[in-house]
Ligand binder design. Sequence first.
Ligand code: AMP
Length: 397
Amino acid sequence: MLNKKTVDDLQVKGKRVLVRCDFNVPLQDGVITDENRITAALPTIKKLIADGGKVILCSHMGKPKGEAKPELSLAPVAKRLSELLEQEVVFAKDDVVVGENAKAAVAAMKDGDVVLLENTRYRKEETKNEENYSKELASLADVFVNDAFGTSHRAHCSTVGVTEFVEESAVGYLMEKEIEFLGNAVNNPERPFVAILGGSKVSDKINVINNLLEKVDTLIIGGGMAYTFAVAKGGKVGNSLLEEDKVPYAQEMMKKAEEKGVKFLTPVDTVITKEFKNDTEYKTVPTGEIPDEWGGLDIGEETRKLFADAIKGAKTVVWNGPMGVFEFENFAKGTKAVAEAMAEIDATTIIGGGDSAAAVNQLGYGDKMTHISTGGGASLEFLEGKELPGVVAVDDK
Ligand code: AMP
């Protein structure tokens, strides 16, 4: 159970409530191409409106690095949010975020009104969690709600610093849901519990592997990080992705799995090419036998079956990181096989954000999963067993 205040614990009638959302949505020429993060924020916003709060929303967008970059303005989000909420969302266009426009917009608010501030990262203090900017943000509000799971692993002014200068703080519904699903899966899983890790770098996932080995019945490793494990087993991987300095760690993890009785599955065959592109000659070889000048871009057919079979018997599955270069159609089969196996089973299935979430949605399996996290990095840190600063900073119940 989460011991933090939630929006259900607040009395917001007539109060100014600053809500940190994660509206960091992909934009193409000013058009939002995936609005999942906006719709995910609606339950908290609607609740605060219904309770008569003055709802002041804030978020970052991309990496403007402390400068007012017009292409990273939140203006398109305000427009879409107005449509989704069916009420006006006043956009406080302000290069300094908490400037004259923001102050005037907040001063004019009536109960149930909504204002959206400009990109919090237009200010360089944001990512350094500097006190002056935290105070400015807090000066607009009485109460603070953090509903930005995707940035809760970062201690910034709008996620952590601001909590010190408001009367009260709480987590939003999205944050609560993320913590509940990820937390239950990792700490209280129905067994068998299978975790699948992929993606490009072992070094990014080092701590997750170590932590998950304490919890899972089966750990599956695919994607670019699998080649480091293939080398750790004495194989040859040609010019596939390899983190040579992590080979001893990979060996250590395989030994730990054996000691703990955890089934540790790595690819047995690999789809290889000479060039890193979609339209090129490819063939399948055993994983540890990749010739020089060839590199692996996906798991092979036998591995797809092996992984799918392991997933079939599971009651809880957590997945983070694609099985191959799924952005290339020819090398998306492994990622697809895992998504398909997860979609078919009667189990709690959780996608840990980032690329795997994109892949699952792109392949059309989104609605077949129990929970797709909105935070890639945050969900990974959560799986590592780390406390998220954005959650820690919120008032205890
Ligand atoms: P990550 O950000 O660590 O989750 O990695 C995601 C990226 O890993 C995706 O862009 C995939 O294309 C890439 N990836 C997965 N498998 C491979 C592979 N065998 N070789 C190169 N890149 C890969």
